[in-house]
Structure formats: structure tokens, C-alpha cells
Design a protein. Structure first.
Length: 106
């Protein structure tokens, strides 16, 4: 209560005395301002508990449209004949890959 009285009635005198004597003001508004400034500098409660999440490789689920697009890109990119998609070895590879439940990595 004395600090509130000093702030309300004798603020100018107190601040001049504090400055002359290299004293940090202990008036309620000054202490609140300093406390808010230190809290604004950084968050102290959660930082030590937070961690970066490891990114998992995402496997795109199978779709006919995506497979068709990939097959066309493969035909054009590797300069394969159009009937390469009908070749028994290619058909076998596709059927084996289709049985994979978690995707296929080459």
C-alpha cells in the first residue's frame, strides 16, 4: 500500500530520488511494466517440451488415373513402344506391385 501511495501522491519526487540514487523504481506500474517486458522476450513454459516432428515419407494411395498418367509418362520418357504396356513382363511387374499394401519403393 505504501508503494501505491507513493505512486499516487509522490510519483515525481520518488522518480527523481530513484534516478539520483541509481535505484530501480518499485512503483506498481513500473514493476508491472518490467515484468511484462521480460515475459514478452520469450515463452518460458513450453519451449523445452516442443520438438520438431519427423516427416514421414508419404505414399500416395493407388488410383487408376494416377497409374495411367505415370504409365504414359514412362512410355514417353523412356521412348518405349506403345504396346510395351501389354508386354507380359510389364504386366507381371504391375500385378506384383498391386499386391503391395504399403506402396512400392524402387
Amino acid at each position: 500500500t505504501l508503494r501505491r501511495h507513493m505512486e499516487a501522491v509522490h510519483k515525481g519526487t520518488y522518480l527523481k530520488w530513484a534516478e539520483d540514487h541509481s535505484f530501480i523504481s518499485m512503483l506498481p506500474k513500473d514493476t508491472k511494466r518490467r515484468r511484462l517486458e521480460t515475459n514478452a522476450d520469450g515463452q518460458t513454459q513450453l519451449d523445452s517440451h516442443l520438438r520438431e516432428r519427423e516427416t514421414k515419407e508419404r505414399v500416395v494411395p493407388f488410383s487408376e488415373a494416377f497409374f495411367r498418367e505415370a504409365a504414359i509418362e514412362w512410355l514417353v520418357g523412356t521412348d518405349q513402344p506403345l504396346d510395351a504396356l501389354n508386354h507380359p513382363a510389364f504386366q507381371k511387374m504391375v500385378h506384383e506391385a498391386a499386391r503391395a499394401t504399403n506402396g512400392v519403393k524402387l
